[in-house]
Design a protein around this ligand. Structure first.
Ligand code: C2E
Ligand code: MG
Ligand code: MG
Ligand code: MG
Length: 282
C-alpha cells in the first residue's frame, strides 16, 4: 500500500558496498549533505475527529528525496540520524518547516488546523528544544496552539528533563501527545504527573481490533482510563471501516490512517481537504 503514496515508490537506503563503519560514514555524510541541500520534505496525514467527522489536524512525516536513489522513508534514516546526533539539526528543520507550513496555510486562507511534529528523545537531551520551537514560532509568526508535539514513551522515562521541557512548551501553547502508546512501559499514573495532553494508541492495537476481543478490551481500558484522567485519545493506523466503527463506539476522540488517507505532500493534502469539503457540503 505504501508504494501507492502519490505514486511514489520508496527505495531502501543503505550503501551496497563497504564494511559497516564505512557504510555508516557514507550515510552520515549523505545526511549532512541532505540537510545542506534541503532534500527533506514534509508529508501530511489527516487527523479526523471521530464523533464529528471533521478534519482537526495533520501529522507531519519526514521524507528524504535522495538525488540519485529517490524517495526514502524515515525508518531508513531516522535511526542513523539519532545515533549520530544529526537528528538535532534535522529535527530543528522539521520544526521550522512545520511552522512555515502553518503560516503558508494561513496565508492562503485555509481553515487553520493543528500540525503535529515528531520529536526524538535525543532532541530533549542535546537540542535546545524550547528555544528551537520558540524561535521558529516567532520567525513565522505562528501561534503555538497550532503546533503539537509527539514523543514516544521512552521520553517519559527521562523524567527530570522532560517535565520542565513539556511545561515550557505548554507555555508556548504547544501540547504533547504520547506516540505509539501501549508499546512501552509507562503507566497512566506516571503520565499524569507530566503535562501530557493526548495518547496516541499504537497501530499494533488498532490492526487486530476486529478479530481479537482481548485487544478490544485493552483498547477500551486505555480509552476509559485516559478519559478519567482527562487525556485525549487518538488511534493511529486505522485502515478499515470496522476499525473505525469500533473506535467510535469505544469513545476514541480522533483517528488517523489509510482509511482516510496516506501521508500526502502539501498540494495533494490541500486537494484532499478540498475534495472532502465538497463531499461534506453536498
Ligand atoms: P509514527 O510517528 O508512529 O508515524 C506513523 C507511521 O505509520 C508513518 O510512517 C505513517 O505513514 C504510517 N501510517 C499511517 N497510517 C497508516 C496505516 O493506516 N497503516 C499503516 N500500516 N501505516 C500507517 P512513516 O511516515 O514511515 O514514519 C515512520 C516513523 O518515523 C514515525 O512513526 C516516526 O517515529 C518517525 N518519523 C517520521 N517523521 C519524523 C520526524 O520528522 N522526526 C522524527 N524524529 N521521527 C520521524
Ligand atoms: Mg508520530
Ligand atoms: Mg505513531
Ligand atoms: Mg509508530
Amino acid at each position: 500500500y505504501r508504494a501507492k503514496e502519490i505514486g511514489n515508490s520508496y527505495v531502501s537506503y543503505s550503501p551496497e558496498i563497504g564494511t559497516l563503519p564505512e557504510r555508516r560514514f557514507i550515510m552520515e555524510r549523505d545526511l549532512r549533505l541532505a540537510l545542506e541541500r534541503e532534500e527533506f520534505e514534509l508529508y501530511f496525514q489527516p487527523q479526523i475527529d471521530l464523533q464529528t467527522g471533521t478534519l482537526v489536524g495533520a501529522e507531519a512525516l519526514i521524507r528524504w528525496r535522495h538525488p540519485e536513489k529517490g524517495w526514502i522513508l524515515p525508518e531508513q534514516f531516522i535511526p542513523m540520524a539519532e545515533s549520530t546526533g544529526l537528528i538535532v539539526p534535522i529535527g530543528a528543520w522539521v520544526i521550522r518547516a512545520a511552522c512555515n507550513q502553518i503560516k503558508l496555510w494561513k496565508d492562503t486562507g485555509f481553515d487553520p488546523i493543528r500540525l503535529t511534529v515528531n520529536v526524538s528523545v535525543k532532541q530533549f537531551e542535546r537540542g535546545r528544544l524550547t528555544e528551537t520551537f520558540e524561535s521558529s514560532l516567532i520567525e513565522y509568526g505562528v501561534d503555538g496552539r497550532f503546533l503539537e508535539m509527539e514523543v514516544t514513551e521512552s521520553v517519559l522515562l527521562k523524567h527530570s528533563l522532560t517535565a520542565d521541557n513539556l511545561r515550557d512548551l505548554l507555555r508556548l501553547g504547544i501540547r504533547t501527545s504520547i506516540d505509539d502508546f501501549g508499546t512501552g512501559y509507562s503507566s497512566l499514573s506516571s503520565l499524569k504527573k507530566l503535562p501530557v495532553y493526548k495518547l496516541k494508541i499504537d497501530r499494533s492495537f488498532v490492526t487486530p481490533l476486529q478479530e481479537d476481543p482481548d485487544i478490544r478490551a485493552i483498547t477500551n481500558a486505555i480509552i476509559t482510563m485516559a478519559a478519567a484522567l482527562r487525556l485525549k485519545t487518538i488511534a493511529e493506523g486505522v485502515e478499515t471501516q470496522e476499525q473505525f466503527d469500533i473506535l467510535k463506539k469505544l469513545g476514541c476522540d480522533e483517528i488517523q490512517g489509510y482509511y482516510f488517507s496516506t501521508p500526502l505532500p502539501n498540494l495533494e493534502f490541500l486537494k484532499w481537504v478540498q475534495d472532502r469539503k465538497s463531499i461534506e457540503g453536498s
